[in-house]
Design a protein around this ligand. Structure first.
Ligand code: GDP
Ligand code: MG
Length: 725
């Protein structure tokens, strides 16, 4: 028989740590049905018949957040055999609020008093035996980070699951409430599972909308219940929900008084607090953060990372694989087009992405270390003050930071944002931040057109950041994103030394999804684009063409070109390069090299400062049109891999299309404004396109400055209208 253990606990109580240790490598990650909240389950090590389900971190069982709804639906509908409640014992008072509610459900509960190492170090004392007796559930002391007590807790939970002896909740509400709950229970008995009768009755007493809807009681029964609640409210002179909440807290107060003794601390500051005084200090926080990020980037992008990436791109894929493979394919007499498909299409496309892997792994590793020691929680906290100003939360910062390496893991990192609107907004805006693959485009334009001017790269980054800020402000004013970013409730966990196992797991998960993208979306897209760029209609027949100028892609580029004419690059080559950029952004550079007949590697020429070699490109653009092209390519839809990530994280086709259309519209508008206003400034005549640009400026200004959408105000004015008519 299979036993199901549900892990429940507050955010940051150590659930994930417990889960990872208990399940080892036997875990599966997915999404809860319909939403992108992570669903993790696994099997208890050594016990293949014990399934462990990690529930989202929650503070209560009220239906106030998506996580709380998911967690309680799972417990009520999926019927785990036992709940293993992870309690942060160093914050026991707040954590017990959930424990008390879990006990109300009526399933067996084992409470793991986690972080006991911290409690002991602080010199505090918890009388576990007494607490267990007063709560009416089994308690095991644990320190997940050292693996202490976990197996015992899991085994006790599994044992309890087998017995019929479910603990009776010892906690009783005051008499009037108990009577009301009993009477509500009588009314609904027969409509709900008898095991959960008390829980449903309490929830109805709290006037929990979700439970009411679910039970679909008829009007008569509902009125009867409402009557019972009203009577009780009158008797206790408070509203039902507050009555319940207060009584739970009173109970916890008694538990605390009887079982917990706190050591008087001289200055009450732990080492963590002392570090935080400096690290999250109003003045020092940002400089310290900038210094930390500089080190991370210096190592992962500039030094070790670029060494490895150059090796992977130039030597591994360039010489060893592509070089030898094409020779070998030629030697065994493979047809030219097939060699091209394998070497240029598949390996070129997939390799371009995989080439970034070493750099990504180092970046992920550094970020995982910062996350593990607890610094990332502080970063989110520091950035929250700034991000809040344009409608994002501090937690959006981490996705954007990772996105500056690669949008794919960046977009995936948005998962840690609980609030759905904040998460969508982050997914949409993350790819505005120039990723590693956009750097070659910037370098090429800077070199070929601006002779390596220093300001091009910073301007490109600034444009990306400005795009995030502007989008944040604009989107936040629409109905779909309205409302304050969720208040910042992330606990700041104490700093601790990193644990290799956790770090490696995090690096492995992120890298794996990066590789998986390369193997699927990119592979397919590379083949399709290869086909269109290698075949063309020659005198009415579809033939393999050596010269891309005659390809289907070039013809299609010709059709697309007029669309880009108002942006200043209305010829087929930039159009084709832009489409190629969808495969992987650095393909834009490759396409330019081929389309403009650059001899040799265009980027190498840039690096050597041999700008004359790029004259063909320079001749095709004015500085203004080149800048417009650069902006458009930085801001328009990201590569297919990132679009795939957006699709996966949105978990919804409509929102994915919204994101891509928004990217395109935004990029188009900005490039149009820059190019057309630039033309005007340089003394060109007024045209319909300049009128369109001015109109767009006005629209943008309006969107930035007008009053935001406000649900309350809308309802009020609707009500006033009804009233007046
Ligand atoms: P979750 O949010 O509930 O999944 O919590 P995590 O497993 O991510 O843990 C939050 C933080 O607490 C991490 O930094 C853990 O390393 C740390 N942590 C977890 N268990 C313990 C413990 O028993 N003792 C100490 N000192 N730290 C712990
Ligand atoms: Mg967790």
């Amino acid at each position: 028989m299979e036993t199901k253990i549900a892990l429940a606990g507050n955010p940051n109580s150590g659930k994930t740590t417990v889960f990872n240790i208990l399940t080892g490598s036997k875990q599966y990650v997915g999404n809860w049905p319909g939403v992108t909240v992570e669903k993790k389950e696994g099997r208890l090590r050594g016990f293949d018949n014990v399934l462990i389900q990690d529930l989202p971190g929650i503070y209560s069982l009220s239906p106030y957040s998506l996580e709380e709804v998911i967690a309680r639906n799972y417990i009520i509908n999926e019927r785990p055999d036992v709940i293993l409640n992870i309690v942060d014992a160093s914050n026991i008072e707040r954590n017990l609020y959930l424990t008390v509610q879990l006990l109300e459900i009526g399933l067996p509960v084992v409470a793991a008093l986690n972080m006991m190492d911290v409690v002991r170090k602080n010199g505090d004392f918890i009388n576990t035996a007494r607490l267990s007796e007063m709560l009416g559930c089994e308690i095991i002391e644990t320190a997940a980070i050292r693996g202490e007590g976990l197996m015992t807790a899991a085994r006790r939970a599994a044992e309890l699951a087998g017995t019929e002896k479910t603990p009776v909740p010892r906690h009783r509400f005051s008499d009037p409430v108990e009577q009301a709950v009993t009477r509500i229970g009588e009314i609904i008995s027969g409509t709900v599972d008898p095991q959960y009768l008390r829980w449903f009755a309490i929830k109805l007493f709290e006037r929990d909308e979700k439970v009411r809807e679910e039970l679909g009681l008829d009007a008569n029964l509902s009125a009867g219940i409402e009557n019972i609640i009203r009577n009780c409210e009158q008797e206790l002179d408070d509203d039902a929900e507050s009555i319940i909440t207060n009584e739970r807290y009173e109970f916890i107060g008694r538990l605390m008084a009887a079982c917990v003794r706190r050591e008087e601390r001289k200055n009450n500051l732990t080492l963590s607090d002392k570090i935080d005084r400096i690290v999250t200090n109003r003045v020092l926080a940002l400089p310290i953060f900038a210094a930390v990020m500089f080190v991370v980037y210096y190592i992962s992008v500039t030094t070790a990372g670029s060494l490895l990436t150059d090796f992977a791109n130039d030597v591994l894929f360039g010489e060893w694989i592509m070089g030898n493979l094409s020779e070998w394919l030629a030697a065994i007499g493979t047809a030219g087009w097939l060699t091209s498909l394998i070497v240029d299409g598949i390996i070129g496309g997939v390799g371009a992405v995989l080439g970034f892997l070493p750099q990504m792994v180092i970046l992920f590793l550094m970020l995982a270390i910062l996350e593990e020691i607890g610094y990332m929680a502080r970063v989110a906290f520091i950035m929250d003050r700034i991000f809040r100003k344009f409608g994002l939360s501090g937690k959006s910062f981490i996705p954007m930071l990772i996105g500056s390496g690669c949008s794919v893991p960046g977009i995936m990192a948005s998962r840690t944002i609980e609030n759905e609107r904040d998460r969508r907004m982050t997914i949409i805006t993350t790819s505005f931040i120039p990723c590693g693959a956009k750097i070659p485009i910037i370098a090429l334009i800077a070199g070929a057109i601006f002779k390596g001017a220093w300001w091009v790269a910073p301007t490109a980054y600034f444009a990306g950041i400005a795009a995030v800020v502007i989008s944040g402000i604009i989107l936040k004013k629409t109905k779909y994103f309205a409302g304050q970013p969720a208040p910042f409730v992330m606990e700041l966990p104490p700093y601790h030394l990193p644990y290799a196992g956790n770090i490696l797991r995090s690096v492995k998960e992120r890298s794996r999804s990066f590789v998986r993208k390369a193997g699927t979306v990119i592979l397919l897209a590379s083949i399709v684009i290869w086909f269109f760029s290698s075949f063309g209609m020659v005198s009415g027949r579809l033939l393999w063409v050596e010269d891309m100028e005659f390809s289907i892609l070039a013809a299609a580029g010709g059709l697309l070109a007029p669309l880009f004419a108002p942006l200043g690059f209305g010829s087929w080559q930039p159009a084709v390069a832009t489409v190629m950029g969808l495969v992987a952004k650095e393909e834009v550079v490759g396409a330019f090299g081929v389309l403009f007949g650059v001899a040799g590697d265009a980027l190498a020429l840039v690096e050597e400062g041999a700008y004359e070699g790029l004259a063909a490109i320079a001749a095709h653009f004015t500085p203004l049109s080149a800048f417009s092209f650069l902006l458009f390519n930085l801001l328009c839809a990201p590569c297919f891999a990132a679009i795939g990530a957006i699709r996966r994280e949105m978990n919804n086709a409509k929102w994915t299309w919204f994101a891509i259309s928004y990217h395109f519209a935004f990029a188009y508008s900005i490039s149009l404004i820059v190019y057309q206003l630039g033309l005007l400034a340089s003394g060109a005549g007024f045209s319909p396109a300049s009128a369109a640009a001015l109109l767009l400026v006005a629209v943008l200004a309006y969107l930035l400055l007008h009053r935001p959408y406000n649900e309350t105000r809308r309802l009020k004015s609707a009500a006033a209208e009804i009233h007046s008519s």
